[in-house]
Write a protein that binds this ligand. Structure first.
Ligand SMILES: Nc1ncnc2c1ncn2[C@@H]1O[C@H](COP(=O)(O)OP(=O)(O)OP(=O)(O)O)[C@@H](O)[C@H]1O
Ligand SMILES: [Mg+2]
Length: 260
């Protein structure tokens, strides 16, 4: 079952020996059960930090995060996370790495089926070092999806994939999420990806990360990639990042990194 998420005045500060960094401030957001929310913003604005807080891998300095109206637990078992890098266990074979994500499921789904879905049939016996970056990322996606999590937290899940594989993985994700009804929060640098998959797109400011706008995406998933209504929204998102003219190329927000 999918769960709702609530963020209430969330702030996160990091204290290092040299200085304090406010990564996030004043984050208020309600995400409905089964909703798909995309998060876009410049590099360093706190997107990964936000996902770590939602997963209970770190705690807010101020504010509160609730999953299904209960405070998020340490390493909350309701969440599956796919990090910015694959983070596979190097000593486990691919199949065993995927099976790690099935720990919580009662019916013990087969890792082999999931490897097939992410286009990795026949690679179950390999070790992570025998995979390309994009293959390792797809293993991490299979590991995140296999347990039918209530909340799926994805940090730039398709960043290392070529354009065609990325589109296939986006369609797989949309199909699985619709079937399972998972609540999804996906960070991405790719505005088109955010608009293709999300019910709402959250736009964040440069660090300290604040929510500057939340857009409702018209039309239901999975959308027509050339839907004019979505194209208009793309122009609206680009304006937030300083682009006034409509842009025809696929846009990734790799520019505008906050000076750290
Ligand atoms: N453990 C930490 N200790 C100190 N500072 C941190 C820590 N984690 C993140 N930060 C700082 O918090 C800010 C936000 O980092 P975060 O990784 O959340 O950004 P991001 O939006 O995910 O960036 P990117 O798009 O490049 O992945 C950065 O200034 C970063 O240096
Ligand atoms: Mg990040």
């Amino acid at each position: 079952m999918a769960e709702s998420l609530k963020l209430r005045s969330v702030e996160k500060q990091f204290t290092t020996s040299r200085r304090d960094v406010t990564a996030l401030t004043g984050i208020d957001l309600d995400i409905a059960s089964g909703e798909f929310v995309g998060i876009v913003g410049p590099s360093g604005c706190g997107k990964s930090t936000l996902l770590r807080l939602l997963a209970g891998l770190d705690t807010p300095s101020k504010g509160q995060i609730l999953i299904d109206n209960q405070p998020v637990a340490r390493q909350d078992p309701r969440c599956a996370v796919m990090f910015q890098e694959p983070r596979l266990f190097p000593w486990k074979r691919v199949e065993a790495n995927v099976a790690v994500g099935a720990r919580r499921s009662k019916e013990k789904p087969s890792p082999g089926n999931w490897l097939g879905l992410v286009g990795l049939d026949g690679f179950g016996h390999c070790y992570p070092h025998q995979l390309s970056g994009g293959m390792a990322q797809r293993v991490a996606l299979a590991r995140a999806l296999i347990g039918n999590p209530e909340v799926l937290l994805l940090d730039e899940p398709f960043g290392a994939l070529d354009a065609l594989t990325r589109m296939q993985m986006q369609d797989l994700l949309a199909e699985v999420c619709d079937r399972v009804g998972t609540t999804v929060v996906m960070v991405t640098h790719d505005i088109d990806e955010a608009l293709y998959l999300s019910d709402r797109v959250v736009i964040m400011s440069p660090r300290p990360g604040e929510i500057v706008e939340v857009l409702n995406v018209p039309a239901h998933r999975a959308r027509d990639r050339s839907d004019p209504a979505v194209a208009r929204m793309r122009t609206q998102v680009l304006r937030h990042f300083g682009f006034e003219e409509p842009c025809t190329e696929s846009v990734a927000l790799s520019y505008g990194a906050a000076a750290d």
